[in-house]
Design a protein around this ligand. Structure first.
Ligand code: NDP
Length: 317
């Protein structure tokens, strides 16, 4: 079977390519710069890459450039999207590539009848922020959809980009009869295949719970290996449909800091501040629908341990 992965050099996508090759798929993978060894070497050295991995150059903002990547594919995994915590021009840096890029990919999918299903990497960012209060008795699930106005009020431009992209994707998919499934993870951690850091793993290096981070009480995480498997299940399980919240662990950040400190003394703040910080999660996220895909989830301790091991190996710690 032939499938396409957009943004293949990224953290999640690299694992997705690895697992797809392991499962004997032929993978057409898009990267922005196929000549940059930092973005491609780790992909080209994967088992099966020589025989079944084909790299293409594609930019989210270039109309039609995904046509040759998607032509002949049965499954399309659209993972590419910019992730930035701060931006000078959110429209140009985040919103346009996320929204126009997603539509660009879906327009190519609509052109080729070989495409049976699209799996879109969305985010819990497109789920949580709808203005409903997040209290300890709340269980967030797939029926929640972030409200662009709430995202704007928060000046959460990345959150807004993912919300608008998923919203636009559903509209386009429904209007054009595309079978689409979304995977909505929160913080994705675990070992990196690529030589560079991505944002959610870099955050492990800088995780604190001081006053500036007071809103960061819950740490919502999933291991990258489980996120990649979820994408494949979403494609392979015929009955998969709609959205899947993919949050394996909802943990008070204080607990995460304690585990990190044990794993490496330089991680976390010098003193973990527990005063006034709730020791129970603020809210929960339902895993029921995700479990119906037949997925298991690695425990937080294992994901953090493997993340830290990898950071040491690659010289970031
Ligand atoms: P990475 O930053 O590792 O990967 C992002 C990918 O998007 C890169 O391959 C990047 O290409 C590509 N990209 C960005 N802008 C463009 C563009 N204009 N044209 C083409 N490609 C582009 O991130 P992750 O692997 O962590 O994230 C992958 C997806 O998962 C994203 O959609 C993200 O929103 C989503 N997600 C991630 C979470 C996380 O915690 N990591 C949580 C929830 C969702 P290049 O390498 O050339 O920069």
């Amino acid at each position: 079977k032939v499938v396409c992965v957009t943004g293949a050099s990224g953290f999640i996508a690299s694992w997705l390519v690895k697992l797809l090759l392991q499962r004997d798929y032929i993978v057409k993978a898009s990267v922005r710069d196929p000549n940059d060894p930092k973005k491609t070497e780790h992909l080209l050295s994967l088992d099966g890459a020589k025989q079944r991995l084909h790299l293409f150059k594609a930019d989210l903002l270039e109309e039609g450039c995904f046509d040759p990547v998607i032509d002949g594919c049965e499954g399309v995994f659209h993972t590419a999207s910019p992730i930035l915590l701060s931006s000078i021009d959110p429209q140009a840096e985040l919103i346009a590539p996320a929204v126009k890029g997603t539509l660009n990919v879906l327009k190519s999918c609509a052109k080729y009848p070989t495409v049976k299903r699209v799996v879109l990497t969305s985010s819990m960012a497109a789920v949580i922020y709808n203005g409903r209060p997040l209290t300890s008795n709340v269980v967030v699930d797939e029926t929640w959809f972030s409200d662009p106005l709430v995202c704007e009020e928060m000046q959460g431009w990345y959150i807004l980009s993912k919300t608008l992209a998923e919203e636009a994707a559903w509209k386009f998919a429904e209007a054009n009869g595309i079978d689409m499934v979304t995977i909505n993870p929160a913080y994705v951690i675990g070992p990196l295949l690529q030589p560079t850091l991505n944002l959610s793993v870099e955050m492990v290096l800088n995780l604190k719970n001081d006053a500036q981070e007071e809103t960061f009480v819950n740490y919502l995480s999933t291991d990258v290996r489980d996120v990649a498997s979820a994408h494949i299940q979403a494609f392979e399980v015929p009955s998969a449909s709609g959205r899947y919240c993919l949050v394996a662990n909802v943990t008070p950040v204080v607990e995460v800091l304690k585990i990190l400190k044990e794993l490496h003394p330089s991680l976390g703040p010098p003193e973990i501040c527990e005063q006034g910080i709730p020791s129970a999660p603020e809210y929960q996220v339902s895993l029921e629908k995700a479990k119906s895909l037949g997925l298991g989830f690695l425990p937080l301790e294992v994901s953090l341990r493997d993340t830290v091991e990898c950071l040491k190996e690659k010289g970031f710690l």
